[in-house]
Design a protein around this ligand. Structure first.
Ligand SMILES: *Cc1c(COP(=O)(O)O)cnc(C)c1O
Length: 390
């Protein structure tokens, strides 16, 4: 018999009752060290006092008003994002998927407005993840996500991951946009190489195509810069953000340049909940904390510490681990065993990690994890690996 909750997830038999910083705690008081952060969502840890205050203060005033009216918290969040990034304008959503949908619509609208309505092809990459809507699964194109859901939305062309030559061949003066995660998350913590990143900028220059960066997972301080593309110096025309920006409250956004967003006038897009006062009050607080240079410097310092310890871990367990990859506190352990086995062994050591494709174990700790917690996490990973070695 089908359970009351639609069984689309493979859930571990663990339920958390509360959280404190990097710790998730079950009803019987068992404490798990959380290196998953709800998949890069709880960027400032569980029950962060500043975020709890921002949310509860707003909750006591007003929860929801329609976008028929001014929403000062939404305005404030958009102003913060514009001030801190390449963007001139922001649309606030509730999730990464909704951000992906708008990004795709914005690309199509841009070319329609430019008098090239047939210029609809968006080039994407194998292993990509942009969400689970019909548009987002067509964009990523993986068999696992699209099987049984045809006919797929047309207009996407996938090229192999980080294959500069294939990208050069695929992008022509008919390409509407290239959409890419600067570091693939679900795909296995795979950073786009410098050469391919530079090629993106070159292809935009030569063909006029738009660049769409999906920073839903790698953005919001995760890599030690506010957004991952800042490391490369290549800025997008349109960018999707979600996950970490809400610190655990559902929140996403599409950021764009004035040129890319110009045709998005009144009535061309909308959302009931997108940009509601609760989400935006939290988002403003998250931005105030994470965008501070001192905070990002600390992320980089801690990332160096964690990475160094992980290199030691890999060297100590050559039959379990292959290598460390990623940037900042978005790190992956490429495994020689199934990453799911390591996730299981992690549960036994009271450690939460997340599997990804390409035999990779994802480590996405809260950005404010302490040095002691980093040391403790690696100790637990060491014990988890020893369990597998038997
Ligand atoms: C999680 C994710 C999404 C989808 O976000 P949701 O909030 O789950 O809809 C899109 N792109 C990337 C890179 C993601 O990691």
């Amino acid at each position: 018999m089908i359970p009351p909750v639609l069984p689309t997830y493979n859930r571990a038999p663990i339920a958390f009752e509360r959280g404190e910083g990097a710790w998730a705690i079950t009803a019987d008081g068992t404490r798990y060290l959380d290196l998953g952060s709800g998949i890069a969502v709880n960027s400032l840890g569980h029950a962060n006092p500043d975020l709890v205050a921002a949310l509860t203060e707003q909750a006591g005033r007003i929860w929801h008003v329609s976008n028929l009216y001014q929403i000062p918290q939404q305005q404030a969040l958009a102003e913060r994002l514009v001030a801190a990034t390449f963007a001139d304008t922001v649309f606030v959503t509730n999730s990464g998927t909704e951000a992906a949908e708008l990004a795709i619509k914005m690309v199509r609208k841009y070319w329609d407005h430019a008098g090239e309505p047939d210029r609809t092809e968006i080039v994407t990459f194998a292993g990509a993840f942009h969400g689970r809507s019909t548009g987002a699964i067509a964009a990523a194109g993986s068999e696992k996500m699209t099987k049984g859901y045809g006919p797929l939305m047309p207009g996407f062309h996938q090229v192999p991951w980080d294959d500069a030559e294939a990208l050069r061949d695929a992008v022509t003066s008919r390409t509407a946009a290239i959409m890419v995660e600067p570091i693939q998350g679900e795909g296995g913590i795979r950073p786009l190489g410098d050469e391919t990143m530079a090629l993106l900028a070159e292809l935009r220059e030569t063909t006029g195509c738009l660049l769409v960066f999906d920073e839903v997972q790698c953005g919001m301080g995760r890599t030690g810069r506010l957004f991952a593309h800042e490391w490369s110096g290549v800025t997008p025309d349109i960018m999707m953000v979600a996950k970490g920006i809400g610190g655990g409250f559902p929140l996403g956004a599409v950021l764009a340049t004035e040129v890319a967003a110009a045709p998005m006038t009144a009535g061309t897009h909308g959302s009931t909940y997108g940009g509601n006062p609760l989400a935006c009050a939290v988002g403003c607080k998250v931005m105030d904390i994470i965008a501070a240079p001192e905070f990002l410097a600390e992320v980089n310092r801690k990332a160096g510490l964690l990475r160094q310890k992980l290199e030691g871990l890999v060297a100590g367990h050559p039959d379990v681990f292959d290598s460390v990859r990623g940037q900042g506190l978005m790190l992956g352990l490429k495994c020689r065993v199934s990453p799911s086995e390591l996730v299981e062994a992690g549960y036994a050591e009271r450690l939460l990690t997340v599997p990804a494709a390409d035999d990779t174990l994802r480590l996405l700790p809260p950005l404010n994890i302490t040095d002691d917690e980093i040391a403790e996490a690696v100790t637990r990973l060491d014990r988890a690996a020893a369990r597998i070695e038997g």
